[in-house]
Ligand binder design. Sequence first.
Ligand code: PSV
Ligand code: MN
Ligand code: MN
Length: 426
Amino acid sequence: MKILKDQILDCNKSEIQNHKETFDFLSSTLDKKGHKVAEIVAKLSDFQVAIPSWALGAGGTRFGRFSFYGEPSSLEQKIEDIGVIHSLTQTAGAVSLHIPWDIPSDYKAIKEQADALNIKFDSVNSNTFQDQKNAKESYKYGSLSNTSKVVRDQAIAHNLEVITIGDKLGSKSLTVWLADGSCFPGQSNFQTALQNTENSLKDIYKGLPKDWSMLIEYKPYEPNFYSTVIQDWGTSFMLANACGEKAFSLVDLGHHLPNSNIEQIVSILMLKGKLGGFHFNDSKYGDDDLTVGSIKPYALFLIFNELVYGMRNNPQNPDLAWMIDASHNVKDPLEDLIQSLEAIQEAYAKALLVDQVQLKEAQLANDVVKCQEILQNAYRTDVRPLLEKARINNGGVIKPINAFRALGVRGQLIKERGKNTIATGL
Ligand code: PSV
Ligand code: MN
Ligand code: MN
């Protein structure tokens, strides 16, 4: 399945007039307020978000799968699907692989396929939260934190292998998410578990190529429900500092206890030059992995406001590895990803509209009302025409969901692949 240029032009035909009218109106309004519309559109065009290989099938939940069929069953097909999303949105120019699920059988062919679709290999994810086929040791009681050295060594070796695989594809970072922790009080010694984890991460860090980074993800609970070894940003930050300058924290929006101050976390990590990666999703209760922007779009905007501030003012912080980490049962997974991409771009565009000079003045004058007005004026702007313009400029469609449906993408995938459903995934 491949989307052709003519199909894109065709889809845009019926939408272009409306786009022009809404874009012209918005851009003249923004112009009058002193915004540089062309620059904002260019920023949106440049902003690319990695698609995780495990989100392309329906049902990344623990309670069963209700397939939309036609799902990818090989790495080639996963990249093909991302190619479809990228052709339409022009925002999904990267894939994040999970090893061992995505070990390429032919590296050259996979690289060529991805190159042809303009897709880069973003951060590679290791997996020590499941026992792998024929593995000698079990991760039932932890991996990098395990009290047994042979188990830790096996987990370290796996991470080093993931680096080798990613390196062959052109990835530049390793993401480590650990399920390690305990379910009951007394089960684990917190200090020993953290010390073991730190030592293991240092061993992995030693194996990083010069131009690579290591991203350390945190999460307060689940699958362990009493304690998690890398539980919060402080722990991840401490571990990143202990490893060295190529190690960073990774913020996943769903990995916080309810009402956590994520925008502050993001801001402080960037100030300290230690925010390396970001996983987008949304949630009402926990690590719900819902479509980005579907529950708390204003919170997403406030977080983006800090990200934009950090990208402008914190040269000490690296470019971030952006990834969607969402997946569930009741939406076509490709439509779901398209909605997430749209929500991310929307929040980014709104954050770009925050007048930082005026905001600073209002902050210095302690004009709290004005501060809120400035943020909410930006938030209340319907920026969708800017997103459309950014897509058109890159050769994408004006309305990706409409185009996905008009082109009958899912039907075509089912025709090609039958009643396939993803076999792996979270
Ligand atoms: C598990 O919570 C998780 O969703 C983490 O966010 C990881 O990034 C992802 O799985 C892949 O391992
Ligand atoms: Mn994540
Ligand atoms: Mn998660």
